[in-house]
Design a protein around this ligand. Structure first.
Ligand SMILES: C[S@@+](CC[C@H](N)C(=O)[O-])C[C@H]1O[C@@H](n2cnc3c(N)ncnc32)[C@H](O)[C@@H]1O
Length: 386
């Protein structure tokens, strides 16, 4: 496909998303109907769709509307590319711009345009929570997120992992957020086929998540529970950080933990999977990686940003509080409860923990809010001592 034909495909897919289809499904459905598109085409089209979705409100303003065409034209304008060079109508390129579209594309734009790319109902709340970093974070959230790996210290070290990745043509650089973190350069898209990945030397994990796990004290022989384990990212990181600890994983949804035994085997670590509703008790450390808005990861899942509602956020805040209350009872006297979210919102983070401390009177040992300004996702971690 030509570069312009890829934009035309992105326009089709964006129109489907505008009718309510979830981005991943719209991309898959498009690919099924266009078998001629190769993997490089599909990757480029996906990038265009996600680039637009991250900046949807500003692209709509710059292009003059919410349709796929105007969004893509608006994005090109924001990126400093003349949309007329793509909208040529030649071959499979998008049709040429109409006079009306051309006029919309020359309307002046406001200065603080990055602030538009938050949901309207959430902007003031984020501005208050992020304070003087609000503008810089708004801008950072409009860019593609880097791909990060966690080096599995149970099997290798950073230098060896970098060398192993290089053999498969994948560039990797140490990242300052965590001792285990690598940021990928050239070849990042091939990571799941690389020997370093299939041999369990590295796992995909955001750098801020890695830094949060690294801040959790964990010692040999301790009993540790990852209470909201999902796919097991945190449990595996804890097991790699301290292979002599006894790590258990639990989730309300057993299906989410389905791949965990295979992932643990690949990593050469042990994680015991508990049945939903039977997490065990008396743990030295319980980690709650709570269901949340995901606002810190919206660079990776930008359509989730536009789907979140105030009502859903309120439900999540209540659920987080309930989960924390249940998790508290699983911690042995003198043990630790660690709360994490991939959110940028105080209501899910600092304010949630302040409320918990008020209700239960345990000691808040530390808390840290990560933002994309340090490279990784928005992420929050708080440690509580019982
Ligand atoms: C943020 S995700 C966890 C991600 C995971 N820790 C990882 O690193 O891959 C939150 C998880 O909480 C689980 N969950 C939701 N409600 C729960 C509950 N009441 N008790 C336990 N787990 C719950 C969800 O099924 C989901 O897998």
């Amino acid at each position: 496909m030509t570069p312009a034909a890829r934009y035309a495909a992105a326009i089709d897919i964006l129109d489907r998303i505008q009718t309510g289809e979830v981005a991943e499904r719209a991309l898959t459905n498009w690919a099924r109907g266009h078998r001629f598109a190769g993997s490089k085409d599909r990757a480029a089209i996906r990038d265009h769709v996600f680039d637009v979705s991250r900046c949807k409100a500003s692209a709509a303003l710059a292009g003059g509307g919410q349709q796929g065409r105007t969004l893509v034209a608006g994005l090109l304008r924001l990126q400093g590319t003349d949309p007329a060079t793509v909208f040529t109508g030649e071959g499979f390129a998008p049709d040429p711009l109409s006079d009306e579209e051309r006029a919309a594309l020359s309307e002046p734009l406001p200065d603080a345009i990055a602030q538009l790319d938050w949901p309207d109902w959430l902007r003031d709340q984020l501005a208050a929570d992020l304070g003087s970093d609000f503008d810089a974070i708004s801008e950072a959230m409009r860019a593609r997120a880097p791909v990060f790996l966690r080096v599995n210290l149970a099997k290798t070290d950073r230098a060896e992992a970098i060398a192993a990745l290089a053999k498969d043509g994948i560039e990797a650089f140490p990242h300052p957020l965590a001792e285990t973190a690598l940021e990928l350069g050239e070849g990042a898209r091939r990571i799941q086929q690389a020997a370093a990945y299939t041999d369990g030397l590295v796992e995909l994990q955001d750098a801020a998540s890695q830094a949060a796990i690294a801040s959790v004290p964990i010692a040999a022989g301790q009993r540790v529970l990852d209470y909201c384990a999902g796919g097991g990212g945190k449990a595996l990181a804890l097991a790699a950080a301290c292979p002599e600890a006894q790590i258990a994983a639990h989730d309300i949804d057993a299906g989410r933990m389905r791949d965990l035994p295979v992932r643990a085997k690949r990593a050469g670590t042990k994680v015991a999977v508990r049945a939903p509703g039977d997490p065990g008790t008396g743990y030295d450390l319980v980690v709650v990686d709570a269901p949340c808005s995901g606002s810190g990861t919206w660079r990776r899942t930008p359509d989730a940003k536009w789907r979140l509602s105030a009502a859903r956020l309120a439900e999540l805040v209540t659920l987080q509080s309930e989960i924390l209350d249940v998790a508290l009872d699983l911690v042995a006297p003198g043990g630790r409860l660690v709360y994490m979210t991939c959110s940028l919102l105080s209501v899910e983070n600092g304010a949630q923990i302040a409320d918990f401390v008020t209700r239960h009177g345990c000691e808040l040992v530390s808390q840290r809010q990560f933002t994309p300004l340090s490279g990784g996702d928005g992420f929050f971690v708080a440690q509580l001592q019982l």
